[in-house]
Design a protein around this ligand. Structure first.
Ligand SMILES: Nc1ncnc2c1ncn2[C@@H]1O[C@H](COP(=O)(O)OP(=O)(O)OP(=O)(O)O)[C@@H](O)[C@H]1O
Length: 214
């Protein structure tokens, strides 16, 4: 359970997130999806109950060590430095020029963007730079809060391919989405939240609202 300021944001959520797979958290606005994601790297602490990772409860982990393995890309991009190059190096300091260009290529930004001022990026570009910065750390678990909300169809398709590639390469992905089509295309497991409660969980083909094409 997560209770904040008299409101219960999550209650009775019990699930196991599979490794090396893509799990999508679906649900209407305000259902608690971001809160659930934030619980997974201790940006949020449960009021009651436990979140465990690799066999141990999260409070047993050093929080910075945990966040190097379990990295969150927030819905609102938070850029920490002046240029895209510095931003990627904030993820990992000693990155070669070739590795920097490769990280940008993975999020479909040209290598020429390395010298761009972060202040000049569009919302969608900033979000992709945050994703590239997270990839630089080579996390075991990548938490993505609506990663394609600000992207056009072509870039969305590229980011979806990247998500599948990462899961197939052994990264554990947890994705918040409003898009039932995206959940169907990407997910090994779907968790459906409504009003802070987990109302359905299972493979995409077994989720009622996905089968109905809702
Ligand atoms: N610190 C807080 N104190 C009180 N209420 C909060 C707090 N943080 C979030 N909430 C409320 O908890 C509910 C769940 O928020 P959350 O951001 O997890 O929803 P969401 O499903 O991710 O929504 P969206 O799809 O709109 O991003 C919302 O009603 C929100 O206003």
């Amino acid at each position: 359970m997560v209770r904040r300021g008299g409101s219960v944001l999550l209650d009775g959520v019990s699930c196991r997130i599979p490794g090396a797979a893509c799990t999508t958290v679906l649900g209407p606005s305000g259902a608690g999806k971001s809160t659930l994601l934030r619980l997974l790297n201790r940006l949020e602490e449960p009021t009651r109950g436990t979140v465990s990772y690799r066999g141990g409860p999260l409070p047993g982990w050093d929080v910075l060590a945990l966040r190097r393995q379990v990295t969150l890309v927030a819905q609102q991009p938070v850029l920490l430095t002046g240029t895209v190059r510095d931003e990627l190096r904030a993820g990992r300091r000693h990155l070669s020029g070739a590795r920097l260009a490769e990280l940008l290529e993975r999020v479909r930004l040209p290598a020429g963007y390395l010298g761009h001022a972060t202040a000049d990026l569009s919302g969608g570009e900033a979000q992709r730079v945050c994703l590239a910065r997270a990839l630089a750390v080579e996390p075991r678990v990548l938490l993505l809060d609506e990663p394609t909300a600000a992207l056009d169809a072509t870039v969305t398709a590229a980011v979806e391919r990247l998500v599948r590639e990462l899961a197939d390469d052994g990264v554990t992905l947890v994705l918040v989405s409003h898009d039932t089509g995206q959940a169907r295309r990407l997910s090994d497991l779907v968790l459906v939240l409504e009003d802070g409660r987990l109302v359905e969980q299972g493979p995409a083909g077994r989720i009622g609202r996905l089968r109905e094409g809702a």
